[in-house]
Design a protein around this ligand. Structure first.
Ligand SMILES: Nc1ncnc2c1ncn2[C@@H]1O[C@H](COP(=O)(O)OP(=O)(O)OP(=O)(O)O)[C@@H](O)[C@H]1O
Ligand SMILES: [Mg+2]
Length: 254
């Protein structure tokens, strides 16, 4: 099998005295959509922030495209090909849709021609943004802001796109649209790592999934096998999962 594009090995992360990630391990392979599931405060956002270098792990390592990145600054990590759509989107409300997209291409600002073709590609992925290209981002609807945050992340031409709860606060119909676009971005060649509480929706588009519980990956497997199983619900509710029926390809890790 190929080398993983992202390898997270035995990562421990603290906020002051609070030990949040307690030996997190997982791999992502090129071309995959992988979802990270888990209940509130299980450490999902911290896992993503650790990959992005926004929080530094105390021990363990993060390897991207064969090189260690856990000691690099976030800007260097982004320049190597990882982009993020953070929790709560964080678009620039007083800038237009197009200006927000241009900021997403900041790491490759010398490539004007490439930027223009990427902008056109993003606008064709998100026709609603194309119609609103000169509108101030703060006046977009929640779903449109989500699309803008995704479009902005794509402007850096990432090899790996990380998304933290893209469905949060969106009406069900919009959630479906956002997940359709995630699949389309993946079909166009970007590896996707998505954190979600909406387990059924995330697993319906993902190839594989991991479940995080109090800072550890407790379950992993093909999305099709994790989908709709009682163990997902139990992991979410924080109950201890004791399998009475072993699924073939799902690994219980603790
Ligand atoms: N900057 C911070 N300083 C101190 N503690 C933090 C900080 N960020 C997160 N935490 C704590 O770390 C734990 C994990 O938080 P994290 O945001 O990673 O969880 P999560 O799984 O993303 O939760 P949610 O589903 O609510 O988004 C929580 O107990 C949280 O209070
Ligand atoms: Mg979170």
């Amino acid at each position: 099998m190929d080398q993983p594009i992202l390898k997270v090995e035995n990562v421990h992360t603290y906020y002051g005295p609070l030990h949040v990630l307690k030996g997190v391990n997982y791999d992502l392979y090129k071309g995959e959509i992988v979802c990270l599931l888990g209940g509130n405060a299980s450490g999902k956002s911290t896992t993503m922030k650790t990959v992005l270098g926004l929080v530094k792990p105390t021990s363990g390592q993060v390897v991207f495209a064969g090189e260690r990145i856990d000691r690099l600054d976030t800007s260097e990590i982004i320049a190597r090909g990882i982009a993020v759509v953070p929790e709560a989107r964080r678009i620039f409300p007083r800038m237009s849709v197009l200006e927000n997209l241009e900021l997403g291409a900041f790491v490759r600002r010398s490539d004007r021609v490439g930027m223009r073709s990427d902008r056109d590609r993003v606008l064709s992925l998100f026709p609603r943004l194309a119609e609103r290209r000169t509108q101030l981002a703060g006046t977009l609807s929640g779903g449109e802001q989500q699309m803008l945050a995704m479009g902005r992340a794509l402007m850096s031409r990432p090899k790996l796109l990380c998304m933290d709860e893209p469905s949060m606060g969106l009406a069900p119909q919009l959630v479906e649209q956002v997940f359709d676009v995630i699949q389309e971005i993946n079909r166009q060649g970007t590896t996707i790592f998505v954190v979600e509480q909406n387990a059924n929706m995330a697993l319906s588009i993902a190839h594989r999934g991991f479940v995080l519980q109090t800072g550890q990956v407790v379950l992993s497997g093909p999305a099709s096998e994790l989908l709709g199983t009682e163990l997902i619900r139990k992991a979410y509710l924080g109950e201890t999962w004791s399998p009475n029926k072993q699924l073939d390809n799902v690994t219980k890790l603790i």
